[in-house]
Design a protein around this ligand. Structure first.
Ligand code: ATP
Length: 454
C-alpha cells in the first residue's frame, strides 16, 4: 500500500486507488459522517491528528463486530476464556516482549518537501510520493511506535509507563493467574478486546490506520507438537468468520508472510486481507509465536510461565497461536463491503447490505402518521422490540424518505404501522435488500424477526 502523508486529518484514499474506487471511498466516508457512524475527533477545534469518534450509529456497528467476534471466539467455545487487562503497562513488559527494541518503523523525511514517510510502505523507496522527487530521502531512522507517559504526579524515570501497542501482552501477563484460577488446560485460549495505541508515522485512509484503535486478539496455548496443526486450524476459522458475516469471497484472502516479513517473535504468519479501494491490505494477522513470549517473560520476571501435565508428568512451555484482528479496521471493511448504490424507479438508492448481526439497528418502526392511534401502536411496538434489539423509531417525513434513511443505516427490516392496522391488527414489514413487503399480525412481529436476525 502507498503511504499517505501525515496531515491533521488525512482521510482521503491513497494515490494509487483508481478514480472510481477513490470516488466510492469518498462517498462512504461522507456517508459515515452524515449518518453518524464516524466523526472527526474534536472537530470544533479543527480535528486532532487522525483521531475519530464513533457516533450513535458507528458505536453500534463497532459493538456488533466486537460482539460477533466475542461470541465466536469465547462464548461458543469451551476452550477459550476472556480477559480485560490494563492499557497502562510498566516498561519491563515491553523490554521482555522485545517491543522497546524492535517495535519500530523505518522513518524517512523528504529533504525537498519535508513530508515524512514510512519507508517499508512506499511503492518506490527512492521517490517521494508527495513531490515526486527521487533520491531526496534522509537516512531511515527507526522510530519506536509506543506512546509513553508517566503514572503518578512525579514524571521521573520510575514512573515511566507505556500505553499498550497490542492487547496480547495482557494475556501473557495473566497466564499464571488464569491457569491457577480457572479450569483451562492446553489447548486453551485467552481472548481480549480493547484499545491499543501506536504512534503511527503515516495514519490515514480514514479509520484504517489510526494512532488509537481497537483490537480483538486471542492467544491460544498449545503443546509445542500441536502448534503447526492449530496454526492451520485458526487460519481457516478466522477466514470463515469474515465470510459468515457477509464479506464477499472475492474481496477476502489469506496471505502467508514471506520470511523477511515475519515479526521478531513469529515463525509463521498469515494475514487475512480485504480488497480495500487502494488494494489488498491487512485485517488480521494469524501468527505462530512459538514459546517466545512465555520464555521472555519467564526470563525477565523470574516467574516460571509453563504448564505441568500431570497425566504425563512433564513440564513444558506451551506454544502460542495468535489470531490478532483490528476491530475498528474490520468494522470499516464491513462498511466498505456493504455499501451499494442501485437505481430504483429512476432514482438512486444507497443501501448498506450489512449482515443482520452487524447492522446498527435491526429494525425500524415507522407509523404512517403521527396521529392517534398509529403513533401509540407504533411506540408500543418499538418498546416491545427494544427489549431484544436496537430499534429506530421515526415518524417524520414521507415514508419513502424514511425507507431511504434506513437503507443508508443498513437496517434490515422496517415495520410500517398504517391506517389499516387499527382494523386488521397487522403491519407491513419491508426487507432492506429486496424491498419486498409482507403483511403480518402486529402481535407476531418479534417472532417473525427473531430467526431472520440471527
Ligand atoms: P500494519 O502492518 O498494518 O502496521 P501490523 O501487522 O503491525 O499492522 P498487528 O500488530 O498484527 O498489525 O495488529 C493486529 C491488527 O490490529 C491488524 O491486523 C489491524 O487490523 C489492527 N491494527 C494494527 N495497527 C492498527 C492501526 N494503526 N490502526 C487500526 N488498526 C490497526
Amino acid at each position: 500500500m502507498a503511504s499517505t502523508p501525515e496531515t491533521p486529518d488525512a482521510e482521503s484514499s491513497s494515490p494509487d486507488a483508481s478514480a472510481a474506487d477513490s470516488a466510492r471511498f469518498d462517498q462512504i466516508v461522507n456517508l459515515a459522517k452524515r449518518r453518524g457512524f464516524v466523526y472527526p475527533s474534536a472537530e470544533i477545534y479543527g480535528g486532532f491528528r487522525s483521531t475519530w469518534d464513533y457516533g450513535p450509529v458507528g458505536v453500534l456497528l463497532l459493538r456488533n463486530v466486537k460482539d460477533a467476534w466475542w461470541k465466536s471466539m469465547v462464548q461458543q467455545r469451551d476452550d477459550v476464556v476472556g480477559l480485560d487487562a490494563s492499557i497502562l503497562t510498566p516498561p519491563a513488559v515491553w523490554e521482555a516482549s522485545g517491543h522497546l527494541s524492535n517495535f519500530t518503523d523505518p522513518l524517512v523525511d523528504c529533504k525537498e518537501c519535508g513530508q515524512r514517510w514510512r519507508l517499508d510502505k512506499l511503492d518506490d523507496p527512492n521517490q517521494c510520493p508527495n513531490c515526486k522527487k527521487t533520491g531526496s530521502f534522509t537516512e531511515a531512522r527507526n522510530f519506536n511506535l509506543m506512546f509513553s507517559t508517566h503514572a503518578g504526579p512525579v514524571a521521573d524515570e520510575g514512573a515511566l509507563a507505556y500505553l499498550r501497542p497490542e492487547t496480547a501482552q495482557g494475556m501473557f501477563m495473566n497466564f499464571k493467574n488464569i491457569i491457577n484460577t480457572t479450569r483451562v488446560r492446553p489447548p486453551f485460549g485467552v481472548a481480549q478486546v480493547g484499545k491499543s495505541f501506536r504512534n503511527e508515522i503515516t495514519p490515514g485512509n480514514f479509520v484504517f490506520r489510526t494512532r488509537e484503535f481497537e483490537q480483538m486478539e486471542m492467544e491460544y496455548f498449545v503443546h509445542p507438537d500441536d502448534a503447526p496443526k492449530y496454526y492451520e486450524y485458526w487460519k481457516a476459522e478466522r477466514e470463515r468468520w469474515y465470510l459468515d458475516l457477509g464479506m464477499p469471497r472475492e474481496a477476502l484472502r489469506l496471505r502467508e508472510h514471506e520470511e523477511d516479513e515475519l515479526s521478531h517473535y513469529s515463525s509463521a504468519t498469515a494475514d487475512v486481507e480485504y480488497l480495500f479501494p487502494w488494494g489488498w491490505d491487512e485485517l488480521e494477522g494469524i501468527a505462530n509465536r512459538g514459546d517466545f513470549d512465555l520464555l521472555a517473560h519467564t526470563k525477565r520476571s523470574g516467574e516460571r510461565l509453563d504448564w505441568f501435565d500431570q497425566a504425563e508428568n512433564v513440564r513444558y512451555v506451551p506454544h502460542v497461536i495468535e489470531p490478532a484482528a483490528g476491530a475498528t479496521r474490520t468494522a470499516f471493511a464491513f462498511l466498505l463491503a456493504a455499501y451499494d448504490v442501485e437505481e430504483v424507479r429512476g432514482e438512486e438508492r444507497v443501501v448498506l447490505r450489512l449482515h443482520p448481526r452487524l447492522a446498527p439497528y435491526k429494525v425500524a418502526v415507522l407509523p404512517l402518521s403521527k396521529k392517534s392511534p398509529l403513533r401509540e401502536t407504533a411506540q408500543t411496538l418499538a418498546a416491545e422490540l427494544r427489549d431484544e434489539w436496537s430499534c429506530e423509531y421515526d415518524e417524520t417525513q414521507a415514508i419513502g424518505r424514511r425507507y431511504r434513511r434506513q437503507d443508508e443505516l443498513g437496517t434490515p427490516y422496517c415495520v410500517t404501522v398504517d391506517f389499516d392496522t387499527a382494523e386488521d391488527q397487522a403491519v407491513t414489514i419491508r426487507e432492506r435488500d429486496s424491498m419486498e413487503q409482507v403483511r403480518i399480525p402486529l402481535a407476531g412481529v418479534a417472532d417473525w424477526l427473531r430467526p431472520r436476525l440471527k
